[in-house]
Design a protein around this ligand. Structure first.
Ligand code: TYD
Length: 223
């Protein structure tokens, strides 16, 4: 009994949390046991590292230091939480995973691709997503949405960067999807949330069918 591992990726303001919540609700409605989690974070060790990274405390030490911190957080999350959840048949929906590191640290952090591959391998130890949903949005719209959501709050370390970086990241996500079309599905995110949610649900239904996962029966509780 192995669950499905689904990751959500995309730039700021692409609507990842909304779509994760909707897919979780959809799957729970089918009787699935769903774990919603996020990176950096998702386990006590990784949440501690999250604070160090997003506060900007590691920024002066360069992108390699940040990439290793993301990887350390990821490894803890994988080994302490996600692998066990999947083994027990849960559906794991994760907000950001390896592709965020490939894009933010690898491409826009300009780190050596060989170093990035080695770090990724060590961090995940084989735990690749079954499906990665890339919510694709023009950088300007994503930034507007993220700013509106933040209101008067302060931007985190990665939100403060320039529009060119956001464009580069979008292209980098699309390049990953072109390289791994089986795993990565690009969804145009500049549309009504309900429409996007239905498209994602259909992809997950297809994946379940291809893995031979049958819809669960509603459990009757008798006394
Ligand atoms: P978060 O507040 O979770 O933002 P979002 O809602 O955009 O997901 O912050 C996570 C930030 O960390 C985000 O800007 C992307 C960045 N990040 C990386 O640079 N590398 C990574 O491997 C991960 C997981 C996140």
């Amino acid at each position: 009994m192995q669950g499905l591992f689904i990751t959500f990726e995309g730039g700021e303001g692409a609507g990842k949390s909304t779509q994760i919540a909707r897919l979780a609700e959809y799957l729970r409605g089918q009787g699935d046991d769903v774990l919603v989690t996020r990176e950096p974070g998702g386990s006590p060790g990784a949440e501690a590292v999250r604070h160090v990274i997003l506060s900007g405390a590691a920024e002066p030490f360069g992108p390699a230091m940040e990439a290793l911190l993301f990887a350390a957080a990821r490894n803890d999350h994988v080994e302490q939480v996600m692998r066990k959840a999947l083994k027990s048949g849960r559906m794991v929906l994760c907000d950001r995973y390896i592709d965020s590191s490939r894009v933010y640290q690898g491409v826009t952090g300009e780190l050596d691709p060989a170093l990035m591959r080695a770090i990724e391998r060590a961090a995940i130890n084989g735990l690749m997503p079954d499906l990665t949903i890339i919510l694709d949005l023009p950088a300007e719209i994503g930034l507007q949405r993220a700013n509106a959501r933040r209101g008067a709050g302060t931007a985190d370390r990665f939100e403060k960067e320039t529009i060119e970086l956001h464009h580069k990241r979008r292209d980098a996500y699309l390049a990953i999807a072109a390289e791994e079309p089986e795993r990565c599905k690009v969804i145009a995110a500049d549309r009504p949330a309900g429409e996007i949610a239905r498209e994602i649900a259909a992809l997950v239904d297809q994946l379940k069918t291809s893995r031979g996962i049958k819809p669960k029966q509603a459990v009757e509780v008798t006394k």
